[in-house]
Design a protein around this ligand. Structure first.
Ligand SMILES: Cc1ncc(COP(=O)(O)O)c(C=O)c1O
Length: 379
């Protein structure tokens, strides 16, 4: 129950252990087509360029920036947590200028500030933001932000690492141009792959670049020789064959459950955990309505050694919860309810284990009420 990787189901682990075949084997190529189709479903898009990058979420991020940004470009980057800061780093390393729109950690990206920045920088070519900020648990309004980008002639780059599969991600409806995710969060697959999707508008920009993409490995023009459609696939890099079996299986599980049902399950378990924690006296740092159901950032009670609590949960209950990142280090816990791990059993275990550990430490919490409060949500 940390911020990822989440628990991987036995079905996915079994798929991972199947015999390794060639990455150009016709059976494997068939499976790649299925992975692309199921990723289109997960992202809710018809984008032909939808596929997994052979590396973790950070490579998906880098893939979007390296392909779409050129030296001298101006990119508006929203930062309301750790990962917006990484977007800024990417822009700078592309030799471009990052115009920062900053919001307090724990709040969402403010569309009014974004509009102001777009109006003040009519020469900006891209708006980049994090949909689901894993460092704080805040969920920004991607539909509004993508629309603002379009209205001002910009492409959008969206970080959906923590949102995909756990909360609505609607690429075509939003009109998002480049979006990346990770396999280790709500898809409950092994870490190490980054599903991405690019709109035709984004592809047009990539095809007409003035300079070649600086990264050979991430250059989509080359990657598409392997992941593109058609029978003629060419070697680009040796695909992580077994990890792709695992992704295929985790996407099948998502399809069987149905996206809407997966979103509803994440929401329900979040509400139960929230009810239990708040009854105990532990508050959320993100305001109601802006919370990510899959990442619950809560305040450490007064006088409690937060690392000692995490250690006790891990050692005595085999339960991992996450620490705060960056500016929130030492101040919050991040409790994940992602993918396969988002279930009632985990919610109840987390509440009872936390109450037991905090009770022993004489922390200022209310005991004996959390489980009832959570059960009332399930009832
Ligand atoms: C919002 C967000 N973006 C990007 C990343 C980077 O992904 P990875 O660690 O898979 O490289 C993470 C990882 O937690 C994330 O939460």
């Amino acid at each position: 129950m940390g911020p990822g990787p989440s628990d991987v189901s036995l079905r996915v682990l079994e798929a991972l252990s199947r015999p390794t075949i060639g990455h150009l084997d016709p059976r494997f190529v068939e499976m790649m087509e299925e992975v692309k189709g199921m990723l289109q479903y997960a992202f809710q898009t018809k984008n032909a360029m939808t596929m997994p990058v052979s590396a973790p979420g950070s490579a998906g991020m880098e893939s979007c920036f390296a392909n779409l940004v050129e030296a001298g470009d101006k990119v508006i980057v929203c930062q309301n947590g750790v990962f917006g800061g990484r977007m800024k780093e990417n822009v700078i390393r592309c030799g471009a200028e990052a115009i920062m729109v900053e919001d307090e950690w724990g709040t969402v990206v403010d569309p009014a500030k974004v509009k102001e920045a777009l109006e003040a920088n009519p020469d900006a070519s891209i708006l980049a933001f994090v949909h689901a900020e894993t460092s704080t648990g805040a969920q920004s309004d991607a539909a509004t932000l993508c629309k603002l980008a379009q209205d001002h002639g910009c492409l959008s780059i969206v970080d959906a690492v923590t949102s995909l599969g756990g909360t609505p991600v609607k690429v075509d409806e939003w009109g998002a141009d480049a979006i990346y995710s990770g396999t280790q969060k709500c898809l409950s697959c092994v870490p190490g792959l980054s599903p991405v999707s690019f709109s035709d508008r984004a592809l047009e920009v990539i095809r007409n670049r003035k300079s070649p993409v600086q990264s050979w490995f991430l250059d989509l023009n080359l990657v598409m020789g392997y992941w593109g459609s058609g029978a003629q696939r060419t070697y680009h890099h040796t695909a992580p064959v077994n990890s792709l079996y695992a992704l295929h299986e985790s996407l099948r599980i998502l399809q069987e459950e149905g996206l809407e049902n997966a979103w509803a399950r994440h929401e329900k378990n979040h509400l139960a955990l929230k009810a239990g924690l708040e009854a105990m006296g532990i508050g959320f740092i993100v305001k109601e309505g802006d919370c990510l159901p899959q990442l619950n950032a809560v305040t450490v009670p007064e006088g409690v050694d937060e690392a000692a609590v995490r250690k006790a949960l891990l050692e005595d209950f085999n339960l991992e919860i996450g620490a705060g990142l960056g500016a929130l280090a030492g101040k919050v816990w991040r409790i994940g309810l992602m993918g396969h791990a988002s279930n009632q059993k985990n919610v109840m275990l987390c509440l009872s284990a936390l109450e037991a550990v905090l009770g022993q430490m004489k922390a200022p919490i209310t005991k004996g009420v959390a489980l009832d409060a959570a059960m009332a949500v399930y009832a």
